[in-house]
Design a protein around this ligand. Structure first.
Ligand code: FES
Length: 170
């Protein structure tokens, strides 16, 4: 019996001896935690709720914004201390959503694209930016995540203010 097992081991295909399985995800596979994202083989998947339970789905990843020069987005008088406002920056034929906040230290700007699954965030209560899709909350002054499922801060843009105008550089 032992000798038979040893012989079978010797002649087993190389792939089955000591092989380590690489975790794979395919769209439609069952997943456990709604909102969870994983990247496998350069593809990003998100666990979403379907009629047949939680399933992995290819996640949409927003393309990086094009490089552009400084663009005026608001008059200074339009933004009070502590206030945030959605703006649109037109660059390279594309409209890019940003949100501008006036802090005690000056103006700051962030991409409106939620780092969880790309839905647009908007100003919420008391210095927060809120995503309506799954409830992520970000700090409007720093872009940091206050509440998930997002785990990554919002992309920050350079914001400047001079001569009564607010500018964003993407
Ligand atoms: S897209 Fe899911 S929380 Fe924003």
């Amino acid at each position: 019996m032992l000798a038979t097992g040893f012989v079978a081991f010797l002649f087993a295909p190389a792939a089955s001896v000591g092989a380590v399985a690489t975790p794979q995800i395919r769209a439609g596979d069952v997943c456990k935690k709604i909102g969870r994202r994983k990247s496998v083989g350069g593809k990003t998947f998100e666990c979403v709720k379907t009629a047949n339970g939680a399933k992995w789905k290819r996640a949409k990843v927003a393309p990086p914004p094009p490089t552009t020069s400084e663009v005026k987005v608001l008059d200074s008088t339009a933004l009070a201390l502590g206030a945030s406002q959605n703006v649109v920056v037109t660059s390279g034929g594309r409209n890019i959503g940003a949100v501008v906040t006036r802090t005690a230290a000056g103006v700051v700007a962030f991409s409106r694209t939620c780092t969880h699954a790309g839905v647009s965030v908007s100003p919420g209560a008391s210095g927060q930016l809120v995503c309506p899709a799954h409830g992520s909350v970000f700090n409007a002054s720093t872009g940091a995540v206050i509440e998930g499922p997002a785990e990554i801060a919002l992309t920050q843009y350079k914001a400047t203010e001079r001569n009564g105008s607010i500018y964003i550089t993407l």
